[in-house]
Design a protein around this ligand. Structure first.
Ligand code: SF4
Length: 194
């Protein structure tokens, strides 16, 4: 990512708010998400730190989900049952690498290349054992984020005001469905995370 790309506002990171909605299912409750973010951030800082290895990241993921991935690796391959479990789990899962980013405590991907000296670990480790789940393309933008790209200064300023007092979970809910008045329509969403 270039310096200018980092400085261009995106809906994912705007006006001091961050959205982590790509990295958890739509049925995750705010209280469960808050607990998980605290736990997995602490585990990441204790066991992975700033010098990650594939083994440390894989162990982190299994520690966070307490080995559930090993069971899912088998169950999700079963005919019929696998499809039902996938649909149920998809809405409720939380990526083990979503956490509080240490330099500013905002919610974000703990192994995003911008935090890992440009190395992209995500495809190699996230949901590695779980068939049908994984991290989306690095340039994925939801419909709301693509509408934001076309929004003018006044529309962005209105969003800033409307989300001023929201926490990251509430901000994420608004971000995904962001639709300023008179916004041109955008195409359907491509494949995404999880
Ligand atoms: S749900 Fe949309 S705004 Fe939120 S992180 Fe994903 S692409 Fe960005």
């Amino acid at each position: 990512m270039t310096k200018s790309e980092r400085e261009t506002p995106t809906l994912c990171r705007f006006a001091g708010k961050t959205c982590g909605a790509c990295c958890h299912g739509s049925r995750v409750r705010p209280d469960r998400l808050a607990t998980r973010l605290r736990r997995q951030t602490a585990l990441f800082r204790r066991h992975v730190g700033e010098q990650p290895t594939a083994l440390a990241l894989t162990l982190h993921e299994q520690r966070v989900r307490r080995g559930l991935d090993l069971l899912l690796a088998v169950v999700l391959h079963l005919p019929l049952v696998g499809r039902r479990v996938h649909a149920w789990h998809h809405g409720r899962t939380i990526c083990a690498f979503l956490g509080r980013v240490s330099h500013d405590e905002t919610v974000g991907c703990l192994i995003h290349p911008t935090l890992m000296r440009g190395v992209d670990w995500r495809e190699r480790v996230a949901y590695r054992l779980v068939p049908g789940f994984g991290c989306g393309s690095p340039d994925f933008l939801c419909v709301g984020a693509r509408r934001f790209q076309r929004a003018d200064a006044q529309q962005r300023s209105a969003l800033r005001e409307a989300t001023r007092d929201l926490d990251s979970f509430e901000y994420g809910r608004i971000a995904q469905t962001y639709a300023p008045t008179d916004a041109p329509e955008v195409a359907e969403e491509p494949a995404r995370c999880q």
